[in-house]
Design a protein around this ligand. Sequence first.
Ligand code: MRU
Length: 340
Amino acid sequence: MADDVRAVEWTGEGLRLVDQTRLPGRLEYLDIRDVEGLVGAIQRLSVRGAPAIGVAGAFGVAIAMIQAAREGWDGTALAAAVERVRDARPTAVNLAAGVDRVIPFMAESLDAVVAEAKALLDEDVRGNRAIGAFGADWLLERSSDRPLRVITHCNTGALATAGWGTAFGIVRELHTRDRLDVVYADETRPLLQGSRLTAWELDRLGIPHFVQADGAAASTVLRGLVDVAIIGADRIAANGDTANKIGSVGLALACADAGIPFMVAAPWSTIDLATASGADIPIEERAAEEILGWGDVRAAPAGSRAHNPAFDVTPARLVSALVTETGVMEISAGETPGQR
Ligand code: MRU
Protein backbone atom coordinates (compact mmCIF):
# COMPACT_ATOMS: atom_id res chain seq x y z
CA MET A 1 0.00 0.00 0.00
CA ALA A 2 1.33 3.47 -0.89
CA ASP A 3 2.56 5.63 2.00
CA ASP A 4 0.04 8.18 3.15
CA VAL A 5 0.59 11.61 1.69
CA ARG A 6 1.08 14.26 4.39
CA ALA A 7 -1.04 17.28 3.48
CA VAL A 8 0.24 19.39 6.40
CA GLU A 9 3.68 19.11 8.04
CA TRP A 10 5.64 21.34 10.42
CA THR A 11 9.25 21.73 9.30
CA GLY A 12 10.52 23.56 12.39
CA GLU A 13 10.51 26.88 10.56
CA GLY A 14 7.12 26.85 8.91
CA LEU A 15 4.49 24.71 7.22
CA ARG A 16 5.00 22.37 4.32
CA LEU A 17 1.72 21.90 2.47
CA VAL A 18 0.84 19.72 -0.49
CA ASP A 19 -0.33 22.20 -3.13
CA GLN A 20 -3.64 20.50 -3.84
CA THR A 21 -4.42 22.84 -6.72
CA ARG A 22 -1.68 21.02 -8.71
CA LEU A 23 -2.99 17.49 -8.19
CA PRO A 24 -3.32 15.04 -9.78
CA GLY A 25 -0.80 16.22 -12.38
CA ARG A 26 1.93 17.19 -9.94
CA LEU A 27 2.72 16.41 -6.32
CA GLU A 28 4.25 19.73 -5.31
CA TYR A 29 4.77 21.31 -1.91
CA LEU A 30 4.46 24.88 -0.66
CA ASP A 31 6.70 26.22 2.09
CA ILE A 32 4.66 28.67 4.13
CA ARG A 33 6.57 31.17 6.26
CA ASP A 34 4.09 34.04 6.69
CA VAL A 35 0.44 34.72 7.44
CA GLU A 36 -0.31 36.11 3.97
CA GLY A 37 1.01 32.91 2.41
CA LEU A 38 -1.07 30.72 4.70
CA VAL A 39 -4.31 32.68 4.27
CA GLY A 40 -3.82 32.61 0.49
CA ALA A 41 -3.14 28.85 0.52
CA ILE A 42 -6.31 28.22 2.55
CA GLN A 43 -8.47 30.46 0.36
CA ARG A 44 -7.13 29.03 -2.94
CA LEU A 45 -7.67 25.51 -1.55
CA SER A 46 -3.98 24.59 -1.77
CA VAL A 47 -4.74 23.21 1.69
CA ARG A 48 -8.36 22.22 2.18
CA GLY A 49 -10.70 19.86 3.97
CA ALA A 50 -11.98 20.74 7.43
CA PRO A 51 -9.49 18.80 9.61
CA ALA A 52 -6.50 19.77 7.44
CA ILE A 53 -7.27 23.48 7.64
CA GLY A 54 -7.83 23.09 11.39
CA VAL A 55 -4.31 21.73 11.80
CA ALA A 56 -2.88 24.33 9.38
CA GLY A 57 -4.65 27.06 11.37
CA ALA A 58 -3.12 25.85 14.64
CA PHE A 59 0.38 25.94 13.12
CA GLY A 60 -0.60 29.27 11.55
CA VAL A 61 -0.53 30.82 15.02
CA ALA A 62 3.09 29.69 15.35
CA ILE A 63 3.85 31.19 11.93
CA ALA A 64 2.28 34.48 13.06
CA MET A 65 4.45 34.48 16.21
CA ILE A 66 7.63 33.85 14.20
CA GLN A 67 6.67 36.58 11.72
CA ALA A 68 5.87 38.98 14.57
CA ALA A 69 9.34 38.47 16.06
CA ARG A 70 10.98 38.82 12.63
CA GLU A 71 9.10 41.96 11.63
CA GLY A 72 8.78 43.63 15.04
CA TRP A 73 4.96 43.54 15.35
CA ASP A 74 3.27 44.67 18.55
CA GLY A 75 0.63 42.59 20.34
CA THR A 76 -2.23 44.21 18.41
CA ALA A 77 -0.70 43.35 15.03
CA LEU A 78 -0.07 39.78 16.16
CA ALA A 79 -3.65 39.38 17.39
CA ALA A 80 -4.95 40.75 14.07
CA ALA A 81 -2.78 38.28 12.12
CA VAL A 82 -4.09 35.36 14.20
CA GLU A 83 -7.64 36.57 13.51
CA ARG A 84 -6.92 36.62 9.76
CA VAL A 85 -5.90 32.98 9.87
CA ARG A 86 -8.98 32.11 11.97
CA ASP A 87 -11.32 33.82 9.48
CA ALA A 88 -9.69 32.65 6.23
CA ARG A 89 -12.71 30.44 5.44
CA PRO A 90 -16.04 30.56 7.30
CA THR A 91 -17.80 27.18 7.10
CA ALA A 92 -15.44 24.53 8.49
CA VAL A 93 -15.47 25.07 12.25
CA ASN A 94 -12.20 23.14 12.55
CA LEU A 95 -10.24 26.18 11.35
CA ALA A 96 -11.41 28.46 14.17
CA ALA A 97 -11.25 25.53 16.61
CA GLY A 98 -7.64 24.78 15.64
CA VAL A 99 -6.60 28.41 16.12
CA ASP A 100 -8.54 28.75 19.39
CA ARG A 101 -6.98 25.59 20.76
CA VAL A 102 -3.42 26.97 20.62
CA ILE A 103 -4.11 30.64 21.51
CA PRO A 104 -3.87 29.99 25.29
CA PHE A 105 -0.30 28.72 24.75
CA MET A 106 0.87 31.96 23.08
CA ALA A 107 1.58 33.53 26.46
CA GLU A 108 3.82 30.60 27.35
CA SER A 109 6.10 30.22 24.31
CA LEU A 110 6.37 29.46 20.61
CA ASP A 111 7.44 25.92 21.50
CA ALA A 112 4.27 25.43 23.53
CA VAL A 113 2.11 26.55 20.59
CA VAL A 114 3.93 24.22 18.20
CA ALA A 115 3.65 21.32 20.67
CA GLU A 116 -0.12 21.84 20.97
CA ALA A 117 -0.54 22.04 17.19
CA LYS A 118 1.45 18.81 16.84
CA ALA A 119 -0.81 17.19 19.46
CA LEU A 120 -3.84 18.23 17.38
CA LEU A 121 -2.25 16.72 14.26
CA ASP A 122 -1.50 13.43 16.02
CA GLU A 123 -5.00 13.28 17.54
CA ASP A 124 -6.53 13.79 14.11
CA VAL A 125 -4.67 10.81 12.62
CA ARG A 126 -5.53 8.60 15.61
CA GLY A 127 -9.15 9.77 15.54
CA ASN A 128 -9.45 8.98 11.84
CA ARG A 129 -8.26 5.43 12.43
CA ALA A 130 -10.99 5.05 15.06
CA ILE A 131 -13.60 6.57 12.72
CA GLY A 132 -12.61 4.03 10.07
CA ALA A 133 -13.02 1.10 12.44
CA PHE A 134 -16.31 2.28 14.00
CA GLY A 135 -17.80 3.12 10.61
CA ALA A 136 -16.82 -0.21 9.04
CA ASP A 137 -18.14 -2.16 12.07
CA TRP A 138 -21.49 -0.34 11.94
CA LEU A 139 -21.89 -0.98 8.23
CA LEU A 140 -20.78 -4.60 8.25
CA GLU A 141 -23.09 -5.46 11.16
CA ARG A 142 -25.96 -4.37 8.90
CA SER A 143 -24.80 -5.96 5.64
CA SER A 144 -24.86 -9.32 3.96
CA ASP A 145 -21.55 -10.98 3.08
CA ARG A 146 -21.43 -9.22 -0.31
CA PRO A 147 -18.63 -6.59 -0.50
CA LEU A 148 -20.00 -3.05 -0.28
CA ARG A 149 -20.43 -0.52 -3.05
CA VAL A 150 -19.91 3.00 -1.75
CA ILE A 151 -20.69 6.44 -3.13
CA THR A 152 -18.76 9.45 -1.83
CA HIS A 153 -18.63 13.17 -2.50
CA CYS A 154 -15.73 15.65 -2.40
CA ASN A 155 -12.43 14.53 -0.81
CA THR A 156 -12.13 13.29 2.76
CA GLY A 157 -8.87 11.36 2.55
CA ALA A 158 -5.33 11.95 3.78
CA LEU A 159 -5.30 15.16 1.74
CA ALA A 160 -8.27 16.60 3.65
CA THR A 161 -7.00 15.64 7.11
CA ALA A 162 -3.76 15.14 9.02
CA GLY A 163 -3.71 11.57 7.69
CA TRP A 164 -5.77 8.47 6.75
CA GLY A 165 -9.08 10.30 6.21
CA THR A 166 -12.59 10.38 7.69
CA ALA A 167 -15.25 9.08 5.28
CA PHE A 168 -12.35 7.94 3.13
CA GLY A 169 -10.91 6.25 6.22
CA ILE A 170 -14.02 4.05 6.41
CA VAL A 171 -13.57 3.21 2.73
CA ARG A 172 -9.94 2.26 3.42
CA GLU A 173 -10.93 0.16 6.39
CA LEU A 174 -13.51 -1.75 4.31
CA HIS A 175 -10.87 -2.27 1.62
CA THR A 176 -8.34 -3.51 4.20
CA ARG A 177 -10.93 -5.97 5.54
CA ASP A 178 -11.60 -7.14 1.97
CA ARG A 179 -15.23 -6.00 2.24
CA LEU A 180 -15.18 -3.25 -0.40
CA ASP A 181 -16.35 -3.81 -3.95
CA VAL A 182 -16.12 -0.41 -5.60
CA VAL A 183 -16.32 3.34 -4.92
CA TYR A 184 -18.34 5.80 -7.00
CA ALA A 185 -16.55 9.14 -6.56
CA ASP A 186 -18.60 12.21 -7.48
CA GLU A 187 -16.39 14.55 -9.48
CA THR A 188 -17.48 17.43 -7.18
CA ARG A 189 -18.04 20.52 -9.24
CA PRO A 190 -16.80 23.15 -9.61
CA LEU A 191 -13.27 22.52 -8.26
CA LEU A 192 -13.22 18.75 -8.81
CA GLN A 193 -12.05 17.57 -5.40
CA GLY A 194 -13.58 14.18 -6.29
CA SER A 195 -12.04 13.55 -9.70
CA ARG A 196 -8.72 15.26 -8.94
CA LEU A 197 -8.11 14.29 -5.32
CA THR A 198 -10.32 11.38 -4.19
CA ALA A 199 -9.64 9.48 -7.42
CA TRP A 200 -5.91 10.18 -6.99
CA GLU A 201 -5.96 8.74 -3.47
CA LEU A 202 -8.09 5.74 -4.52
CA ASP A 203 -5.76 5.07 -7.43
CA ARG A 204 -2.63 5.22 -5.24
CA LEU A 205 -4.21 2.70 -2.89
CA GLY A 206 -5.36 0.37 -5.67
CA ILE A 207 -9.04 0.74 -4.73
CA PRO A 208 -11.44 0.06 -7.63
CA HIS A 209 -13.47 3.14 -8.45
CA PHE A 210 -15.53 5.07 -10.94
CA VAL A 211 -15.53 8.85 -11.27
CA GLN A 212 -18.96 10.17 -12.16
CA ALA A 213 -20.53 13.57 -12.77
CA ASP A 214 -22.28 15.02 -9.72
CA GLY A 215 -25.46 14.92 -11.78
CA ALA A 216 -25.18 11.11 -11.98
CA ALA A 217 -25.23 10.61 -8.20
CA ALA A 218 -29.00 10.44 -7.60
CA SER A 219 -29.47 8.07 -10.50
CA THR A 220 -26.61 5.83 -9.30
CA VAL A 221 -28.36 5.57 -5.93
CA LEU A 222 -31.88 5.02 -7.33
CA ARG A 223 -30.64 2.38 -9.79
CA GLY A 224 -29.34 0.35 -6.84
CA LEU A 225 -25.70 0.57 -7.87
CA VAL A 226 -24.50 1.46 -4.35
CA ASP A 227 -25.20 0.22 -0.80
CA VAL A 228 -24.22 3.30 1.20
CA ALA A 229 -23.16 6.94 0.85
CA ILE A 230 -20.27 8.00 3.08
CA ILE A 231 -19.30 11.66 3.25
CA GLY A 232 -17.38 14.05 5.51
CA ALA A 233 -18.47 17.31 7.12
CA ASP A 234 -17.32 20.89 7.55
CA ARG A 235 -19.55 21.73 10.50
CA ILE A 236 -22.15 19.70 12.37
CA ALA A 237 -24.70 21.62 14.43
CA ALA A 238 -25.87 20.49 17.87
CA ASN A 239 -29.05 19.00 16.35
CA GLY A 240 -27.08 16.93 13.78
CA ASP A 241 -27.66 19.16 10.73
CA THR A 242 -24.49 18.78 8.64
CA ALA A 243 -22.72 21.22 6.33
CA ASN A 244 -20.57 19.59 3.66
CA LYS A 245 -19.51 20.21 0.05
CA ILE A 246 -22.26 21.48 -2.25
CA GLY A 247 -24.13 18.51 -3.67
CA SER A 248 -24.21 16.52 -0.42
CA VAL A 249 -27.87 17.21 0.38
CA GLY A 250 -29.02 15.98 -3.03
CA LEU A 251 -27.17 12.74 -2.41
CA ALA A 252 -28.80 12.47 1.03
CA LEU A 253 -32.29 12.93 -0.47
CA ALA A 254 -31.62 10.19 -3.01
CA CYS A 255 -30.40 7.83 -0.25
CA ALA A 256 -33.52 8.52 1.84
CA ASP A 257 -35.72 7.75 -1.15
CA ALA A 258 -33.81 4.55 -1.94
CA GLY A 259 -33.70 3.48 1.72
CA ILE A 260 -29.91 3.15 1.93
CA PRO A 261 -27.77 4.65 4.72
CA PHE A 262 -26.37 8.15 4.37
CA MET A 263 -23.34 8.16 6.66
CA VAL A 264 -21.42 11.23 7.83
CA ALA A 265 -17.91 10.73 9.21
CA ALA A 266 -16.11 13.50 11.10
CA PRO A 267 -14.01 14.10 14.20
CA TRP A 268 -15.58 15.81 17.22
CA SER A 269 -13.62 18.94 16.26
CA THR A 270 -16.12 19.33 13.37
CA ILE A 271 -19.08 19.37 15.77
CA ASP A 272 -20.07 22.87 16.84
CA LEU A 273 -22.33 22.65 19.86
CA ALA A 274 -22.57 26.45 19.90
CA THR A 275 -24.45 26.25 16.60
CA ALA A 276 -27.98 25.05 17.29
CA SER A 277 -29.02 24.07 13.77
CA GLY A 278 -27.92 24.16 10.16
CA ALA A 279 -29.68 27.48 9.60
CA ASP A 280 -26.96 29.10 11.75
CA ILE A 281 -24.00 27.65 9.80
CA PRO A 282 -22.25 30.29 7.64
CA ILE A 283 -21.98 29.07 4.07
CA GLU A 284 -18.98 30.23 2.04
CA GLU A 285 -19.84 31.84 -1.30
CA ARG A 286 -16.92 31.51 -3.69
CA ALA A 287 -15.74 33.50 -6.69
CA ALA A 288 -18.01 33.75 -9.74
CA GLU A 289 -15.32 32.64 -12.18
CA GLU A 290 -15.18 29.17 -10.56
CA ILE A 291 -18.69 28.49 -11.87
CA LEU A 292 -19.04 30.67 -14.96
CA GLY A 293 -16.07 29.23 -16.80
CA TRP A 294 -13.76 26.31 -17.23
CA GLY A 295 -10.17 27.10 -16.27
CA ASP A 296 -9.44 30.40 -17.92
CA VAL A 297 -12.18 29.99 -20.54
CA ARG A 298 -15.50 31.72 -19.93
CA ALA A 299 -18.38 29.30 -20.58
CA ALA A 300 -21.48 31.27 -19.53
CA PRO A 301 -22.62 34.39 -21.41
CA ALA A 302 -21.19 37.68 -20.23
CA GLY A 303 -24.58 38.66 -18.78
CA SER A 304 -24.84 35.61 -16.47
CA ARG A 305 -24.29 35.95 -12.74
CA ALA A 306 -22.96 33.13 -10.54
CA HIS A 307 -24.55 31.32 -7.61
CA ASN A 308 -21.56 29.53 -6.12
CA PRO A 309 -22.11 28.31 -2.54
CA ALA A 310 -19.23 26.00 -1.58
CA PHE A 311 -21.33 23.99 0.90
CA ASP A 312 -24.88 22.89 1.63
CA VAL A 313 -26.67 21.69 4.75
CA THR A 314 -28.12 18.20 5.05
CA PRO A 315 -30.91 18.15 7.64
CA ALA A 316 -30.39 15.76 10.56
CA ARG A 317 -33.44 13.69 9.53
CA LEU A 318 -31.50 12.57 6.41
CA VAL A 319 -28.30 11.58 8.29
CA SER A 320 -28.55 7.87 9.14
CA ALA A 321 -25.33 7.71 11.12
CA LEU A 322 -22.68 10.12 12.33
CA VAL A 323 -19.35 8.40 12.92
CA THR A 324 -16.84 10.10 15.19
CA GLU A 325 -13.71 8.87 16.95
CA THR A 326 -15.87 7.90 19.94
CA GLY A 327 -18.48 5.83 18.12
CA VAL A 328 -21.63 6.02 15.99
CA MET A 329 -24.73 8.18 16.60
CA GLU A 330 -27.90 7.29 14.72
CA ILE A 331 -28.94 10.85 14.00
CA SER A 332 -32.13 10.28 11.98
CA ALA A 333 -33.31 7.98 14.79
CA GLY A 334 -33.14 10.89 17.22
CA GLU A 335 -29.60 10.83 18.65
CA THR A 336 -27.88 14.22 18.42
CA PRO A 337 -24.38 15.48 19.24
CA GLY A 338 -26.00 18.02 21.57
CA GLN A 339 -27.25 15.22 23.83
CA ARG A 340 -23.72 13.92 24.48
O1 MRU B 1 -13.89 23.22 -0.13
P1 MRU B 1 -13.18 22.04 0.46
O2 MRU B 1 -12.46 21.21 -0.55
O3 MRU B 1 -12.33 22.41 1.64
O4 MRU B 1 -14.37 21.13 1.03
C1 MRU B 1 -14.04 19.99 1.76
C2 MRU B 1 -15.22 19.17 2.12
O5 MRU B 1 -16.36 19.53 1.89
C3 MRU B 1 -14.95 17.89 2.86
O6 MRU B 1 -15.91 16.93 2.56
C4 MRU B 1 -14.98 18.17 4.37
O7 MRU B 1 -14.16 19.24 4.69
C5 MRU B 1 -14.56 16.98 5.14
S1 MRU B 1 -12.84 16.61 4.94
C6 MRU B 1 -12.48 15.28 5.93
